[in-house]
Design a protein around this ligand. Structure first.
Ligand code: ATP
Ligand code: MG
Length: 326
């Protein structure tokens, strides 16, 4: 059975003082068992909001989340709790995510106790198994979070997230707070865990370099919308949306060679002041009249490939390195 999480047209209004900000609008994502989707986009584009909506941590005022085809909102409380335990969040800052008063071992046993999984002995064994799975040796068991390195803490967070045998992990910038040398270790660990356990991961990051190591698909967000979604290689080597092209141009390619950087003019806009038409049009190198009038729909442009851009036909013909920007 494929595990499918689905957002059909969804709006999340986040109240800011007297105003409502439409942080995410019309986002639809299918996350299948064993698959990793990388969700990228600049700060404020709505990535974390999507992750929080998925786990029900943020209320959506339209749309729905389906878990194994069933709407989460319509489940009775027992079914909801069961489904919800199978979806876990991993945040950026492991120190904030851990309880400072608990040892490593206790951190892992806690969710087992909450979900009434096993007796004392079984929990001890299971906690050790989970810590082994994330590569944390037993001499750390009695340590407290502040006695661990950042990478070790994130391993503890992962072990705890895995305690309830989740099918879905939402990882929100899980490596951004770590040293560069440790980042690769955590990515490799996530890849290994995913292959072993078959979990689905929504990997939220503004770092395309990290995303391309783990994700089979990438969804690019801009100001609350998905502007491009495609298999990882397509986004990296043949991005179609002008914003995706700019994003990709800032990252060295897989051989470490720099591409010709597309520098976008203008400031990243705010969702409180959303441009009319295509939200990207004030910064777009390919802008034409229609862009400021109508919002482009996300449309299928190839197998598993969706793009929202009025200039798609024009864009296709242009290599992203040759686009001139003002
Ligand atoms: P980052 O890369 O900085 O984590 P993000 O892509 O995760 O950004 P979100 O945190 O989802 O972006 O925020 C989307 C928009 O919603 C932003 O404009 C943000 O300012 C706004 N927002 C999010 N949470 C709140 C809140 N509690 N109150 C007001 N505005 C909010
Ligand atoms: Mg965020």
């Amino acid at each position: 059975r494929a595990v499918v999480r689905h957002y059909s047209p969804m709006r999340s209004g986040v109240f800011s003082r007297a105003r409502t900000i439409r942080a995410v609008d019309g986002v639809s994502i299918d996350l299948r068992r064993g698959e990793t989707i990388g969700l990228v986009g600049e700060s404020g584009s709505g990535k974390s909001t999507v992750g929080r909506l998925l786990l029900g941590l943020e209320p959506a005022n339209a749309g729905q989340v389906l878990f194994e085809g069933k709407p989460l909102a319509k489940m009775d409380s027992a079914a909801w709790r069961h489904s919800r335990a199978r979806m876990q969040m991993v945040y950026q800052d492991p120190l904030a995510a851990l309880d400072r008063r608990l040892t490593v071992h206790q951190q892992i046993e806690e969710p087992l106790i909450i979900h009434r999984l096993g007796d004392t002995h079984a929990r001890r064994v299971r906690a050790r198994e989970l810590l082994d799975a994330v590569g944390l040796q037993s001499h750390h068991d009695e340590r407290y979070p502040h006695e661990l390195s950042g990478g070790q803490r994130q391993r503890v967070v992962l072990a705890r997230a895995l305690a309830t045998n989740p099918d879905v992990l939402v990882c929100d910038e899980p490596i951004s707070a770590l040293d560069v040398s440790i980042q690769a270790q955590i990515i490799n660990l996530l890849v290994a865990l995913q292959q072993k356990l078959g979990i689905a991961i929504l990997f939220i990051s503004h770092d395309l370099r990290a995303v391309r190591q783990i994700a089979s698909r990438i969804a690019v967000m801009y100001l609350g919308h998905i502007v491009e979604e495609a298999p990882t290689a397509d986004v990296l080597f043949h991005p179609l949306h002008p914003y995706a092209q700019a994003l990709v141009s800032a990252v060295p390619d897989h051989r470490g060679l720099r591409r010709d950087r597309i520098v976008l003019k203008g400031e990243p806009p705010s969702p409180a002041n959303r441009p009319r038409g295509c939200a990207f049009h004030p910064r777009c190198p390919l802008v034409v009249d229609v862009c400021s009038q109508h919002s482009p729909v996300l449309r299928e442009v190839g197998p598993g490939k969706r793009v929202a851009c009025h200039r798609l036909d024009g864009v296709k013909a242009v290599d992203h390195r040759q686009i001139e920007v003002g």
